[in-house]
Design a protein around this ligand. Structure first.
Ligand code: RBF
Length: 174
């Protein structure tokens, strides 16, 4: 069923809408870095990536971010950072799983995905935050452990939830 383009397009639409809704949660994990907001919306692009492939996963992520930008945030920097984080998590997870489609490679994918997104976003924040908040880099360095921790926590939660539901969701599309 997943090879039907009508099913594919409808699913991408439904997943993007659900992801946009979930993004409204916006829970700050650490009060000192309240511009980093937790929401579980990246689970849906990841599921789309598992079912249809990485390009469709990125498409769900992109639609979700554009819709959230238009409906709520209006903050292009925050949206771009959210997109960059989603992509840096999704790509390692899906490509590692595609080496061997079994539970071991799925779990290795999640672990590498969490490490990659935490590393990439920590570096990216060190570049973006000084401009965003107009503060010196030295001050930004104080936030470094929180930024790394935020991404590690956010994407570990996404990984655990996806690991628990992926098989059941994929069966619907067989
Ligand atoms: N989201 C992440 O998942 N990881 C990040 O490292 C991250 N860094 C951000 C840095 C800045 C300066 C801003 C404004 C947002 C960042 N976001 C990040 C996105 C944020 O958590 C939230 O999803 C968006 O701002 C939309 O509410």
């Amino acid at each position: 069923m997943k090879n039907s383009s009508a099913v594919r397009i409808a699913t991408i639409g439904i997943m993007s809408a659900l992801a946009t809704g979930l993004m409204f949660l916006e829970l700050p994990i650490f009060p000192s870095v309240n511009f980093l907001k937790f929401d579980p919306s990246d689970i849906l692009p990841l599921l789309a990536g598992f079912i249809f492939g990485p390009i469709d996963g990125i498409l769900v992520l992109l639609i979700k971010d554009i819709l959230f930008y238009l409906l709520k945030s209006g903050d292009i920097v925050g949206i771009m950072m959210n997109f960059a984080a989603g992509v840096s998590f999704l790509l390692p997870v899906i490509y590692i799983y595609r080496i061997r489609e079994n539970r071991v490679f799925e779990i290795i994918g999640y672990v590498v995905g969490v490490l990659v997104v935490s590393g990439v976003m920590t570096v990216l924040n060190m570049v973006v935050v000084p401009f965003y908040w107009k503060i010196p880099l030295k001050e930004t360095l104080k936030y470094l452990p929180y930024i790394a921790g935020f991404n590690a926590i956010k994407f570990s939660i996404d990984a655990v939830v996806t690991a628990l539901i992926r098989e059941r969701i994929e069966k619907i599309f067989e």
